[in-house]
Write a protein that binds this ligand. Structure first.
Ligand code: MG
Length: 393
């Protein structure tokens, strides 16, 4: 796998998927999920697709759909067009030089390059990832992959604020076959909903993996009592309890709690991952390809995790099926221990609108991507049908 590729053309598509359930955020209610699809072409007919999937407002990341679009059109894609690449890692180096942050924008361009290599070389994304990990010196026992990825459900905070609603959602999720349940918590909505979900799981006789995601809503000192109360509930772990850019307080919290602490928002790149270990902040990490700026950085974090026996699992924004391919391929690797956040397309989007529909089997698993490039699946036609072309090189 040594032949080079030269990128001849780049395009950006704005795709708007109607949400099947409106999504409440601090700035209002989202009824449509907008996302950016990046398309890259070589002169000899290979095509690659990637996705940049921040939200329209900066409540999860500092980036937005508009900021990512500007970065892609003005800074990132003009750098790639005309360049000859030996490996997908070359693209990451080009995209990171002189660019701070903007991980979601970089991820759109970077993952399109990986897909372009898959199409051009007739290899699957997992094969390309495994080959790259070997070159990075990761031991073979951390590369041998499974062929299906287990999926979990993420349950938000019900509009009616009723734990009975959450319990009913839990029973529905069990009926769909999900392999684990994660709920969103925040100060004032934690112990009672945790107990309601645990009771619902027990009444169904399915002792599923169960954890809570705080999305950075607690403060180490202000919420000390609430964090102690959550600790007493015996969760598998608590995801990102403290501030989105914090490691130090997470280390202090880890020392106080019996419940393991998992990092999501704070796990920015491989350097932050190493610092999290040095500080003792966390040994369970949520890998999001968007937040990390693409697959190259995700693999560097994977190499740290493999060397230090850190437990991983895959998170989503969620993306469309196009963006989800990267985490579905990573999720097949052995250090990905807990079920991924990837859910079937119909859970989030109006039926038939996802340009690459994700389907979950009755046993709560999804296929590891086996296409040799998304173009081979007809993704291009569906992006052209459903998206608006907003930029072309
Ligand atoms: Mg999270």
């Amino acid at each position: 796998m040594t032949d080079t590729i030269t990128i001849e053309r780049a395009r950006v598509w704005d795709v708007a998927l109607p949400l099947s359930v409106p999504f409440a955020i601090s700035g209002g209610v989202l009824r449509v999920r907008r996302s950016l699809i990046v398309e890259l072409c070589t002169g000899d007919g290979a095509i690659g697709f990637g996705e940049s999937a921040p939200f329209e407002l900066p409540f999860y990341s500092s980036e937005t759909v508009e900021s990512a679009r500007w970065m892609l059109e003005t800074v990132l894609l003009p750098r790639l067009v005309g360049r000859t690449l030996k490996t997908p890692l070359d693209a990451d180096a080009i995209l990171q030089t002189g660019v701070r942050g903007n991980a979601f924008a970089r991820a759109g361009a970077e993952t399109a390059v990986w897909d372009l290599f898959c199409h051009r070389r007739h290899v699957t994304l997992l094969d390309l990832i495994a080959d790259t990990l070997r070159r990075m010196g990761v031991h073979e026992r951390h590369i041998a992959a499974r062929d299906r990825v287990p999926c979990g459900v993420a349950l938000g905070i019900p509009d009616d604020g009723a734990t009975a609603t959450l319990a009913s959602w839990t029973r529905e999720a069990l009926a769909h076959g999900y392999r684990r349940v994660k709920i969103k918590i925040r100060p004032g909505w934690d112990v009672e909903p945790i107990r309601a979900v645990r009771d619902a799981l027990a009444s169904c006789g399915r002792p599923l993996l169960f954890w809570a995601d705080a999305n950075a809503s607690y403060d180490l000192e202000r919420d000390a009592a609430a964090l102690r109360a959550i600790d007493a509930e015996g969760l598998l772990f608590i995801e990102q309890p403290l501030q989105h850019d914090d490691l130090v307080d997470h280390a202090a919290l880890s020392a106080r709690l019996r419940t393991p602490v998992c990092l999501d928002e704070s796990l920015r790149d491989a350097r932050w991952a190493r610092h999290a270990l040095k500080l003792g902040a966390s040994r369970i990490w949520n890998i999001k390809v968007q937040r990390l700026g693409g697959l190259a950085e995700a693999l560097r974090v994977y190499a740290v995790a493999a060397a230090q026996d850190v437990t991983l699992w895959g998170g989503t924004m969620p993306e469309t099926g196009i963006g989800a391919q990267a985490i579905l391929a990573l999720g097949a690797l052995p250090r990905f221990v807990y079920p991924t956040d990837v859910e079937p397309s119909d859970r989030w989007y109006a039926s038939g609108t996802d340009p690459l529909p994700l389907v979950m089997a009755a046993d709560g698993t999804m296929d590891v991507p086996h296409a040799t490039g998304l173009a081979a699946l007809g993704v291009g036609d569906r992006v052209r049908e459903r998206g608006s072309l907003v930029w072309s090189s």
